[in-house]
Design a protein around this ligand. Structure first.
Ligand SMILES: [Mg+2]
Length: 269
C-alpha cells in the first residue's frame, strides 16, 4: 500500500469514518504482481493453498493432469528453475504432482531434493514418537481430528473438528514444550517439527546452486509457513507473492487464490 493511501486509511479510522479499515485490512492489501517473466525468474512454489485448493483432509488432494502439465511447461520454460517448497512429506508432493518437479523442499525445508535428485535430510528429533502417540491419543476423541505423521514432523489437523481448534492448539503447545519439538502453526493445523531448516533456508540453498543461482527468486505461498520464504526471496533481490487472504507480512504482491495463481503462472508461458 502506498504511504498516501495508508495515511488516508488511518485518518479515516481515527475519524470513525464508515470507510474504517481495520489493521487486518491494512495488512492484507497488496497489489497484484506484474506479468511474470520466466526468462529471469527462479520460481519457488508452495503446494497446498497455492497450486492446489485446500482440502478437508490432506489425503483428499489428488493429482490433476492440467496442473501437472502446467508445471512441466514451466519447468521447461525456466530451464529447470522451479522448485516446490511445501510442508508435505516428499512422497506426498510426488504423489500429488505426479513426480513432475525434481527440486523439492518438503516438510517445511527439513527434506530437500536438489535438481540432480540428491536428498538432503535432517535427522528426526527423538521426541517425535512420543509426540505422535500423544497427538494420536488426543485425536481419538473425534473422527475429524487427523494426525499426519511425516517422519520428521507430526501434524494435528482440525479443519473437520473446528470446535476442538482451541483445545488442539493448546494441546500441541503442551506437547511441543514437553518434547522439545518446534511448533509450527498453520491454517487449521498445528505441527510439531524437528527443529531445523525452514522454507526460507531452502530458498537460500537452492539459490546457491545451478540452475537457480543468478535468477530472481519469486516465492509464491498462501500462509504463515511461507513467511520466511517470502522474506528470503525479498532479501535475495526477488519477491514474495501471497495467495488468498493470508495476513502476509513479508510478501510484496497478492493473488486472490489458487485459480488466480495458476492463471498468473500460465499467462507467462
Ligand atoms: Mg500452503
Amino acid at each position: 500500500m502506498g504511504s498516501k493511501r495508508l495515511a488516508q486509511a488511518l485518518c479515516n479510522a481515527q475519524r470513525g469514518s464508515r470507510f474504517f479499515m481495520s489493521i487486518q485490512d491494512l495488512a492484507i492489501e497488496l497489489p497484484a504482481p506484474k506479468p511474470l517473466r520466466l526468462g529471469e525468474a527462479s520460481l519457488f512454489l508452495d503446494l497446498d493453498g497455492t497450486l492446489a485448493p485446500i482440502a478437508a483432509r490432506p489425503q483428499d488432494v489428488r493429482p490433476d493432469p492440467s496442473r501437472t502439465c502446467l508445471l512441466e511447461r514451466l519447468v521447461d520454460a525456466t530451464d529447470g528453475r522451479l522448485a516446490v517448497v511445501s510442508g508435505r512429506a516428499l512422497c506426498d508432493v510426488d504423489r500429488i504432482l505426479e513426480g513432475c518437479v525434481v527440486p523439492v523442499a518438503a516438510v517445511h525445508g527439513l527434506v530437500m531434493r536438489d535438481p540432480l535428485g540428491r536428498l538432503i535430510e535432517a535427522a528426526p528429533h527423538p521426541g517425535l514418537p512420543r509426540a505422535v502417540a500423544e497427538l494420536s491419543a488426543f485425536a481419538a476423541r473425534d473422527s475429524g481430528l487427523i494426525v499426519e505423521d511425516k517422519g520428521l514432523s507430526v501434524a494435528l489437523h482440525f479443519r473437520l473438528a473446528a470446535p476442538y481448534s482451541d483445545a488442539a492448539r493448546a494441546f500441541a503447545r503442551e506437547v511441543a514444550a514437553g518434547t522439545g519439538l518446534a511448533l509450527q502453526e498453520g491454517d487449521m493445523v498445528e505441527e510439531l517439527r524437528t527443529p531445523g531448516p525452514s522454507k526460507g533456508d531452502s530458498v537460500r540453498r537452492f539459490m546457491d546452486m545451478p540452475p537457480f543461482a543468478g535468477a530472481m527468486p519469486i516465492f509464491v505461498g498462501d500462509d504463515a509457513t511461507d513467511e520466511d520464504g517470502f522474506e528470503a526471496a525479498g532479501a535475495l533481490g526477488g519477491m514474495g507473492v501471497a495467495v488468498g487472504r493470508h495476513r502476509a507480512v513479508n510478501a510484496h504482491y497478492r493473488l486472490a487464490g489458487v485459480e488466480a495463481a495458476l492463471a498468473w503462472l500460465e499467462a507467462a508461458l
